[in-house]
Design a protein around this ligand. Structure first.
Ligand code: GLN
Length: 483
């Protein structure tokens, strides 16, 4: 049963081949047996999963027929879940039990999804390898010595290892697309404002978006359809109807204009990944797409701009973790300042502290204009590059990452080396446009992802192209050995 996709599960449940309870039990057993190798879960919510599965079976028995009714998933541990620890993989929130559900959690529960637990990640979603978790690093099921990507690495590892068919993630600079690429999954970062951020613990509020990671574009379409939509509780959530993503999947690709940004294929890209991407381009041509070279001239400034803006917002967002209202508090504080200093000093990990310091510096008087304001101007230029490019093409295609998964620990002494892995993904967050990563081959037994970028609110187009590609190829169906 663990091999089934969400779409297959929907058919199986509808045909009464198995019940949601049976499926949930099978996956709980699998998580218990296999997750010790991966460390993809922080919390397994066994009792809640059983109760939700029973409720889903009861709703089906009463005549309901939603595609996600009884579908097992799990949430990245930065979505607040009522009555369940929501840690953000940080010591500072190790004891935090959320008093409410995030909108995404609520929407998926209403659709009938069964949540099996909370997934490991980089602390506060800061990272690209899921190595900075307070609960220990996550491992890649394709090679247990390698990282699964990050920050949604627990989501990626769990889905790739067939512990769950799909999961939620969040993407501030690539954290859905990059782990999807490194573990042979499909993941979509929606347009900024498409999915509610309410109850999603903030990293960089102007960049964060929630989205699904799954084993096919079809499954992403199913989940995104249930996650997206206006939420009055999030002032940046856009009040615009949600497209029918499933209906969009089967549109033919004839006449589709795809742009290949020359900046995406320059130095820094592993030539073997470049070959895989070009093979994908050939396949899309066969499906009717036309290809054009385009330019995104300001891309070279994206990493420096992102690594000013994201830490600046993080330094502000994370000031709420002060040892007073919730989360970790140091022992025997001597006075208020000591309480703040030691609670934060002991509660946050090294990478989070680094970002808070960088961000505080970039926002401080005298430096604001030189760093933060400058970065915001670059952000605007990057957005303009995309808007200009989309005058010429319908979609932009390139590699998701410059390299396949790296060995655990390999980049931990050099944070900038890890930041550079985000080169192809962060521009979409800076511009707010949607992006998807899909499986497109292997290098040394490690998955390669292709990234598709589209104009605002064209998630349906991204899912459509990925689905058509997945009808013609079988990369996405390959499973890691031993799982
Ligand atoms: N790797 C990027 C960072 O560390 C992106 C993380 C994310 O998307 N949450 O900021």
């Amino acid at each position: 049963m663990h091999r089934l996709t969400l779409a297959q599960i929907a058919r199986g449940l509808a045909a009464k081949d198995f019940s949601a309870v049976e499926l949930t039990e099978a996956l709980l057993t699998r998580i218990g047996a296999l997750d010790p190798q991966l460390n993809s879960f922080i919390t397994v919510t066994t009792d809640q999963a059983r109760a939700q599965a029973q409720a889903a079976d009861a709703r089906r028995a009463a005549g309901e027929s939603g595609a996600l009714l009884g579908a097992p998933i799990a949430h990245k541990d930065l979505f607040c879940t009522k009555g369940v620890r929501t840690s953000c993989a940080s010591k500072i929130l190790d004891n935090f039990v959320a008093p409410y559900d995030a909108t995404v959690v609520e929407k998926l529960a209403a659709a009938g999804c069964v949540s099996l637990g909370k997934l490991n990640m980089d602390e506060f979603a800061m990272g690209s390898g899921s190595e900075s978790s307070h609960y220990g690093p996550v491992r890649n099921p394709w090679n247990l010595e390698c990282v699964p990507g990050g920050s949604s690495g627990g989501s990626a590892a769990a889905v790739a290892a067939r512990l769950i068919p799909a999961a939620t993630g969040t993407d501030t600079g690539g954290s859905i697309r990059q782990p999807a690429a490194l573990t042979n999954l499909t993941g979509i970062k929606p347009t900024y404002g498409r999915v509610s951020r309410w109850g999603m613990i903030a990293y960089a509020s102007s960049l964060d978006q929630g989205g699904p990671l799954a084993r096919s574009a079809e499954d992403c379409a199913l989940l995104l359809g249930a996650m997206a939509g206006f939420d009055p509780k999030d002032s940046t959530c856009v009040d615009q109807p949600v497209d029918d993503y499933l209906a969009a999947l089967n549109r033919p690709l004839a006449g589709l204009r795809i742009g290949l940004p020359r900046e995406y294929f320059g130095a820094g890209l592993d030539p073997r990944l470049s070959d895989a991407v070009m093979a994908c381009v050939e396949e899309l041509k066969k499906l009717g797409a036309t290809i054009k070279e385009i330019g995104l001239p300001n891309m070279q400034h994206a990493i420096p701009a992102y690594y000013v803006i994201a830490p600046a917002e993080a330094s502000s967002n994370l000031s709420r973790f002060d040892g007073v209202r919730f989360g970790y508090r140091c022992e025997n504080p001597q006075n208020l300042e000591d309480l703040y200093k030691r609670s934060r000093g002991e509660g946050f990990g090294a990478e989070v502290k680094r970002r808070i310091m960088v961000g505080t510096y970039a926002l401080s008087a005298g430096y604001y204009d030189a760093y933060y304001l400058k970065a915001q101007k670059i952000r605007r230029l990057i957005r303009s590059d995309f808007i200009a490019a989309f005058q010429e093409v319908d979609l932009i295609l390139g590699p998701t990452t410059p390299n396949p998964a790296w060995k655990l620990g390999e980049k931990s002494s050099d944070p900038v080396a890890a930041y550079l892995e985000d080169i192809y993904t962060i521009t979409a967050n800076l511009a707010g446009i949607p992006g998807l990563s899909m499986p497109a081959g292997f290098v040394d037994g490690l998955p390669v992802g292709v990234q598709l970028l589209a104009p605002y609110f064209q998630e349906g187009r991204l899912l459509n192209v990925a689905h058509q590609y997945q009808q013609a190829t079988d990369w996405h169906q390959r499973a890691p050995e031993g799982f």
